[in-house]
Design a protein around this ligand. Structure first.
Ligand code: FAD
Length: 473
């Protein structure tokens, strides 16, 4: 036991950052209080983010596959969608998972307080909860308050026709027409769900491409596919104005490529990014400092400028992803417990759960170009993959970003069905400083899509069994 084992720590926010931190702290023998407004831990990810969206995307995939099956000689009738049953299945998934986390809290003897925390000073929180406020003092406090959807003030309308991601996940109805403002991953994932359920979905993005931040060659197959399943994709276009009318929201578009300046949509989903929940009452009574865009500033141990306060997850910055939050949570707790740790991952995977999925980790080609960094890129097109052929999804591609001198794997990018599951091998390769040779020599099971990672390494050496590519010297 370290001398820190008597510490009482508070974790503010019960999302994937907060509950991971609280559970590890309890496992390490610390006294832990976890505070969150919901009845059970889970945060945005479980209640209104990762989990409900993936449950709905699973259904969307099934609908798409059932339609596609006619190409294989199997024809199904159009699906009848029982929205209330779909909604309760999705809610059941959320309930089971969050209930499970509640149980895990109890088993670990984490004190769970359903309420909202405000600071009285660096060590004392005032917690508002049913039954009255309570002041509690802690040795250390971990802020894990997450983020919320960003709002464009000029595009605010007080109508249920205008949705954010939380309202879209509620699945109140399937609108005839839906405009998604923002071509980021959340907008595209939810657009995919509504398109499969029968909405005519349009997406508008002010930048020249969807999913800014992802390599363009990874985005291309997705763009092609949703170009067919969505009604329209408007790039280089902004929404100049919105007005509610009796039959929908009239949207005015602006941009050099705009053909139709105004259009009425049944519903509009605003998905233009997320804002950190750093406006915690009383935070000014501590030494915590906020940086760019309101993110809480932390060092590599996730400690803020106030020695008693740590911060993790969405509230400290990009990438705003659940797995980053939970790993930061574990690092913060280990630092508090006196372990020598730092949060410095070589790769944080990003997955876009559209169809096809896009996943990447480590260095991207775009990043290397922007940094003028010399790299070699080895690509294996899924058109040459036997497995991709058997599932009729040959539009995918797997690529390795390699250091030309050391042949070390610096990054991996995958687009294709199930890319999100495949990227884990890439993350391991980057973290373990694997060389292209290590991957090429690792026997992958046949026939699987995982072979494409090995085959990309073989392409690098010009020795791919399934593809002829002369070795680039
Ligand atoms: P959160 O999960 O945001 O939790 C913070 C908690 O703190 C909340 O419960 C909040 O109510 C509580 N809180 C705030 N202020 C206080 C206070 N003063 N007192 C007490 N409690 C407070 N990420 C992925 O990795 N994969 C995905 O597939 C994915 N899909 C997503 C889909 C959607 C639609 C959305 C919106 C997000 C998605 N994300 C996904 C992002 C992911 O949800 C977040 O990155 C993750 O939840 C961040 O975890 P966190 O612990 O930082 O905070």
């Amino acid at each position: 036991m370290t001398e820190t084992s008597n510490l009482h720590i508070a974790v503010v926010g019960g999302g994937p950052g907060g509950y991971a931190a609280a559970f590890l702290a309890a496992d390490l023998g610390l006294r832990v209080t976890l505070i969150d407004p919901e009845a059970n831990p889970g945060g945005v990810c479980l209640y209104r983010g990762c989990i409900p969206s993936k449950a709905l995307l699973h259904v969307a995939k099934l609908i798409d596959e059932s339609r596609h099956a006619k190409n294989w000689g199997i024809e199904y009738a159009d699906p009848k969608i029982d929205l209330s049953r779909l909604r309760s299945w999705k809610e059941g998934v959320v309930k089971k998972l969050t209930g499970g986390l509640g149980l895990l809290s109890k088993q670990r003897k984490v004190e769970y307080i359903q309420g909202r925390a405000a600071f009285e000073n660096s060590n004392t929180l005032r917690i508002s909860k049913v039954g009255g406020d309570q002041s509690l003092t802690f040795d250390r406090i971990i802020l894990a308050t997450g983020s919320r959807p960003a709002i464009i003030p000029s595009l605010k309308l007080d109508t249920p026709r205008l949705m954010d991601s939380t309202a879209a996940l509620d699945l109140k109805e399937v609108p005839g027409t839906l405009l998604v403002i923002g071509g980021g991953y959340i907008g595209l994932e939810l657009g995919t769900v509504y398109a499969a359920l029968g909405s005519k979905v349009s997406v508008v993005e002010m930048l020249p491409g969807l999913l800014p931040g992802a390599d363009r060659d990874l985005v291309l197959p997705l763009h092609k596919r949703i170009g067919k399943s969505f009604d329209s994709i408007l790039l280089n276009t902004t929404v100049a104005a919105m007005k509610e009318e009796s039959n929908g929201i009239r949207v005015t578009f602006d941009g050099p490529e705009v053909k139709e300046r105004e259009k009425v949509f049944d519903k509009v989903l605003v998905s233009v990014g997320r804002k950190p929940n750093s406006e915690i009452p009383g935070l000014d009574k501590t030494q915590v400092q906020l940086g760019l865009r309101g993110f809480v500033q932390v060092n590599k141990q996730l400690q803020t400028s106030d020695p008693a306060i740590y911060a993790i997850g969405d509230v400290v910055g990009e990438p705003m992803l659940a797995h980053k939050a939970s790993h930061e949570g574990r690092t913060a707790v280990e630092a508090i417990a006196g372990h020598k740790v730092a949060f410095e991952p070589a790769a944080i995977p990003a997955v876009v759960f559209t169809d096809p999925e896009i996943a990447w980790c480590g260095l991207t080609e775009t990043q290397a170009q922007n940094e003028n960094r010399e790299i070699k890129v080895a690509k294996f097109p899924w058109a040459a993959s036997g497995r991709a052929m058997t599932v009729d999804r040959t539009e995918g591609m797997t690529k390795l970003i390699l250091d030309p001198q050391t042949e070390r794997v610096l990054g991996v990018g995958i687009v294709g069905a199930g890319a999100g599951e495949l990227i884990a091998e890439g993350v391991l390769a980057v973290e373990m400083a694997a060389l292209a040779r290590d991957i090429a020599m690792t026997i992958h099971p046949h026939p699987t899509l995982s072979e494409t990672v090995m085959q990309a390494a073989e392409v690098f050496f010009g020795t791919s069994t399934d593809l002829y590519r002369p070795k680039k010297m």
